[in-house]
Design a protein around this ligand. Structure first.
Ligand SMILES: Cc1cc2nc3c(=O)[nH]c(=O)nc-3n(C[C@H](O)[C@H](O)[C@H](O)COP(=O)(O)OP(=O)(O)OC[C@H]3O[C@@H](n4cnc5c(N)ncnc54)[C@H](O)[C@@H]3O)c2cc1C
Length: 243
C-alpha cells in the first residue's frame, strides 16, 4: 500500500496537469493498482474522478471514443462496443474490480497479460494525452513502447475501430485465471489484418503474422511454452477471421 502524503481531487484537466508536474504525483483512477503498489516514495495522489472523463461516444468512421475514467464494467456493458472487446473487458478483472478499474488505468498500466489492451491494439487504438505542452494523440502501440510518454501526463481518452471481423484466443491455467498467452486478430474492411499478443513481452504488442517472439518465462509458463502458445493461438485466430 502506498504512503499517500497528499490527496487532490481537481475539477479541471488544467488543474490536474498542474498537480501532475510535481515529483511523485500519481494519477489515481480506479486505484486497483495504485493501492496495491508498494511505492518506495511517498505519493501525491491526483484523483481524476471529478474531471468528467468517463463515457463512450460513437465517432464517424466506425470508431468509438472511450473516456479514460470509463470503468471496465461500463465498457463491458456498452452495446456499441464490439463483442470481443466487451468479453476481454470482462476477462480483465473480477466483477467488483471491474466497477472500479478504468480503461485509462488499464492502458497506463499496460500489464503484459492484459487481454483488453491486446484487443485494443488489434482495434488500432489511439490514446489522447494531455500535459503542460498541450494535447497529443498517439498510437497505443507507441505509448506501450515508451512509458516516458506518461510522465506528468494524463490520458484523457482512448479511441478505437469497431469495424471488421475479430477473434480472440487464450490459454490460462484455469478458465478464470489470467491468460498465460492470448491472441486477438482483426480483419479490417480493406482486407488487412492486425494481430496482437499478450504474455510474450513486457507489454501486450502488435505483431506481424509469422513474426518470431522471444517471451520472458515465469512460473506460469516458460519462454518455450509461451512461444508455442503464441504460434497456436495466432494461427487459430487468423483462421477464424479468414486471414
Ligand atoms: C488483485 C488484482 C488483480 C489484477 N489483475 C490484473 C490482470 O489480470 N490483468 C492486468 O492487466 N492488470 C491486473 N491488475 C492491475 C490493475 O487492476 C489494472 O491494470 C487496472 O485495470 C488498473 O486500472 P485502475 O483504474 O484501477 O488504475 P489505477 O490503479 O488508478 O492506476 C494504475 C496506473 O495507471 C496510472 N493511471 C491511471 N489512470 C491514468 C490516466 N487517466 N492517465 C495517466 N495515468 C493513469 C496510475 O497513475 C497508475 O500508475 C490487477 C490488480 C489487482 C490489485
Amino acid at each position: 500500500m502506498p504512503k499517500v502524503v497528499e490527496y487532490h481531487r481537481p475539477s479541471t484537466i488544467d488543474e490536474a496537469i498542474g498537480l501532475l508536474s510535481r515529483p511523485t504525483a500519481t494519477v489515481l483512477a480506479g486505484g486497483t493498482l495504485v493501492n496495491a503498489t508498494p511505492y518506495t516514495h511517498p505519493v501525491i495522489a491526483v484523483d481524476i474522478q471529478d474531471l468528467g472523463l468517463d463515457g463512450i461516444v460513437e465517432l464517424p468512421g466506425a470508431r468509438l471514443r472511450v473516456g479514460a475514467a470509463t470503468t471496465l464494467q461500463q465498457l463491458a456493458d456498452h452495446p456499441s462496443v464490439p463483442p470481443v472487446i466487451r468479453s476481454l473487458a470482462e476477462r480483465e478483472a473480477t466483477s467488483t474490480m471491474r466497477t472500479l478499474a478504468t480503461v485509462g488505468g488499464t492502458v497506463a498500466a499496460g500489464g503484459p497479460e492484459s487481454e483488453l489492451v491486446t484487443g485494443l491494439l488489434a482495434c488500432e487504438a489511439e490514446v489522447t494525452l494531455r500535459s503542460a505542452s498541450g494535447p497529443k494523440t498517439i498510437a497505443l502501440s507507441d505509448l506501450l513502447a515508451d512509458c516516458d510518454h506518461l510522465l506528468s501526463t494524463l490520458i484523457v481518452e482512448i479511441s478505437f475501430s469497431t469495424d471488421g471481423t475479430m477473434a480472440a484466443g487464450r490459454t490460462g491455467r484455469t478458465p478464470g485465471d489470467r491468460a498465460i498467452v492470448s491472441a486477438v486478430a482483426r480483419r479490417c474492411p480493406d482486407g488487412s489484418v492486425v494481430l496482437a499478443l499478450s504474455g510474450v513481452a513486457p507489454t501486450p504488442r502488435q505483431v506481424t503474422p509469422g513474426e518470431d517472439v522471444d517471451p520472458p518465462g515465469d512460473f506460469r509458463g516458460s519462454s518455450e511454452y509461451r512461444k508455442h502458445l503464441a504460434t497456436v493461438h495466432s494461427r487459430r485466430v487468423l483462421k477464424e477471421v479468414g486471414a
